[in-house]
Design a protein around this ligand. Structure first.
Ligand code: ADP
Ligand code: MG
Length: 240
């Protein structure tokens, strides 16, 4: 579903992704972990071309997206993204947040979009918030709206960048539960997270980034029990 080949990203004199090659299969849930500043967000942002890779290639669903003539909007239609800070439209109701892109981009009728939007909001447990405005919601509720909004475009891949890092502790679970349900539907997911329990339980594979280098990748059971590199050992000592 996603293949990166020697993906490299340079900011000024700073090479923040160094020759990252990996393949993510359809339906796979991959957790990207590593120290702050290791390039996790940049890696995710390259996958939907929010950042332009400096070198290397990315294929999504068999199509190379790292060519000058690629239509970025077409690429992004297929890739949902959820951010740490929600990024909801504050002046729109919850339902309008969810239906906006399907109506604008996918040319859904208002009725069809609203029917789908309500279904998605029910799935994330927010049927009673359809008409609410974002400022009336808790962080956990906002993030669930953001997930429903991303799903409304019917993406093939969902990217999550620390979706629970801005939440009060009691709201983390409700968001992780929604993500777990989504994983069980067979969605291909790439999740940058500090939630090691989520990574252990839900991810099929861990990518460990350190200083822009993909230091290790493997099954969670192996990675957490027997990290191969000293870098990964040091990191796990700090976070576990
Ligand atoms: P992480 O998500 O793992 O914390 P990031 O991908 O955000 O790491 O950042 C990796 C490195 O790239 C950091 O050194 C950061 O300062 C740098 N960086 C990220 N975005 C930019 C940018 N737009 N311009 C310059 N440097 C950036
Ligand atoms: Mg980050």
């Amino acid at each position: 579903m996603i293949k990166t080949t020697e993906l490299t990203k340079v900011f000024g004199e700073n090479t923040v992704l160094k020759n990252i090659s990996t393949t993510i299969k359809p339906g796979e849930v991959v957790a990207v972990i590593g120290p702050s500043g290791s390039g996790k967000s940049t890696f995710l942002r390259c996958l939907n071309l929010l950042e332009e890779p400096s070198a290397g290639d990315i294929e999504i669903d068999g199509k190379v997206i790292t060519t000058p003539k690629v239509n970025k909007l077409e690429v992004r239609k297929n890739i949902g993204m959820v951010f740490q800070h929600f990024h909801l439209f504050p002046h729109m109701t919850v339902l309008d947040n969810v239906t906006y892109a399907p109506i604008k981009v996918k040319k859904f009728s208002k009725e069809a979009a609203e029917e789908m939007g309500k279904e998605l909001l029910a799935k994330v447990g927010l049927s009673d918030k359809v008409e609410a405005y974002p400022n009336r919601l808790s962080g956990g509720q906002k993030q669930r709206v953001a997930i429903a909004r991303a799903l409304a475009m019917d993406p093939e891949v969902m990217l999550f960048d620390e979706p629970t890092s801005a939440l009060d502790p009691e709201m983390v679970k409700e968001v992780l539960d929604v993500m777990k349900d989504l994983a069980q539907t067979g969605m291909t997911m790439v999740v940058v997270t500090h939630e090691m329990n989520f990574a252990k339980e839900v991810a099929d594979r861990i990518l460990f980034l350190d200083n822009g280098v993909l230091m290790e990748e493997g099954e969670p059971s192996t990675f957490f029990a027997k990290p191969k590199t000293q870098r990964a050992k040091d990191f796990l000592d700090k976070v576990l």
